[in-house]
Ligand binder design. Structure first.
Ligand code: KG4
Ligand code: ZN
Length: 328
């Protein structure tokens, strides 16, 4: 069956086609419109989605040499996300339904991120733990199957990707800054000792995260050292920040794995494309740590199509219902 996946919850407009669980075509437009603002501007996001969504859908159809009548299912992100941005994708999907009559399934964006693991590891057994780590979310789930998600811990303030983006802004990178910080950190010599930033310690039994203290520590450090120091030592500062963020993520995954007795861990979401995080997770937790390729970690339509298709196969249809705050 051919599934079209549509994603417009934040600042990526994305469409993809799957034949069952195999990707036929995948197209993403990352909205550069927000770069100068240091973060996503909701109104600009909605307008950009509106301009691009039909073109992206047409592009994947052309790539796969398919026509709308070949679609057996449309899956669309309906929660959580920016209300106006979600509305564009949901309206587009419903438009296809009205015109062609295929079923439409609403997908939770976080369920989408988790489902990306099935595209690269279709055989992953449940239960597994999923660290969803992106610009809007940071949480660990126990996954027992479709619709069977238990949140074991989540951030109490900023998401990890948000911390990368905000620290990146302080250091002069444009939004989103995660990849730029990773690349800058790589320029620091392995032996150089940079600053070390403290991570918040929540209670020892908690699997929750906190990233706002780390962000504030970087802010005070930069204020104390001054602009010239920050400019000359940017690689070391990026490396120290990245290390603190990575250790916080790895520590909680290790604790969750120990507490649950589950060793299979899927690393998903935009920050999961970070090479240092992947390496540190494998070092600490072994080779049962799995991650999709970077293109399937950041927001994309294939993960949404995959989540929708898996639901559809089990008869767990869900007509899109917009829920900007929708938790998983
Ligand atoms: O999953 P995603 O595309 O969108 C959300 O659902 O938020 O994740 C985007 C986030 C941004 O905060 C971006 O800075 C971060 O993922 N990111 C990274 C890397 N690539 C993207 N963070 C750290 N290292 C990376 N290589
Ligand atoms: Zn996302």
């Amino acid at each position: 069956m051919i599934t079209l996946g549509i994603e417009t919850s934040c600042d990526e407009t994305a469409a993809a086609l799957l034949e069952d669980s195999r990707i036929l075509a995948n197209a993403v437009y990352s909205q550069i419109e927000h770069g100068m603002f240091g973060g996503v501007v909701p109104e600009i996001a909605s307008r950009a989605h509106l301009e691009k969504v039909d073109r992206l859908a047409a592009a994947v159809m052309k790539d796969a040499s398919l026509a709308p009548r070949d679609l057996g299912l449309v899956a669309v992100t309906d929660s959580p996300g920016l209300a106006g941005a979600l509305l564009v994708g949901v309206s587009f999907a419903l438009g296809l339904h009205v015109r062609y009559g295929m079923p439409v399934i609403g997908v939770n964006h976080l369920e989408g991120h988790i489902s990306a693991i099935y595209l690269s590891r279709p055989d992953i057994e449940t239960p597994f733990l999923a660290l969803v780590v992106s610009g809007g979310h940071t949480a660990i789930y126990r996954v027992d199957g479709v619709e069977k998600y238990a949140c074991l811990g989540r951030t109490v303030d900023d998401a990890a990707g948000e911390a990368f983006d905000k620290v990146g802004k302080m250091l002069g990178f444009s939004y989103p800054a995660g990849r730029a910080i990773e690349e800058e950190a790589r320029r620091a010599a392995a032996t150089d000792n940079g600053p070390s930033f403290p991570m918040a310690r929540l209670s020892s039994s908690s699997l929750d995260f906190s990233f706002s203290g780390l962000k504030t520590a970087v802010k005070y450090f930069l204020a104390e050292k001054g602009a010239a120091f920050a400019r000359d030592n940017r690689p070391l500062i990026c490396k120290a920040f990245q290390e603190a963020a990575v250790i916080a993520l790895v520590n909680n995954c290790a604790a969750a794995s120990e507490a649950s007795g589950i060793r299979r861990i899927a690393l998903v979401g935009g920050v999961a494309s970070n090479t240092r995080l992947r390496e540190a997770m494998r070092q600490r937790l072994g080779d049962m740590v799995y991650f999709p390729p970077p293109t399937l970690c950041v927001d994309n339509g294939a993960m949404i199509a995959c989540a929708g298709y898996r639901r559809f196969k089990l008869g767990l249809t869900r007509f899109p219902h917009m829920d900007p705050g929708g938790a998983l």
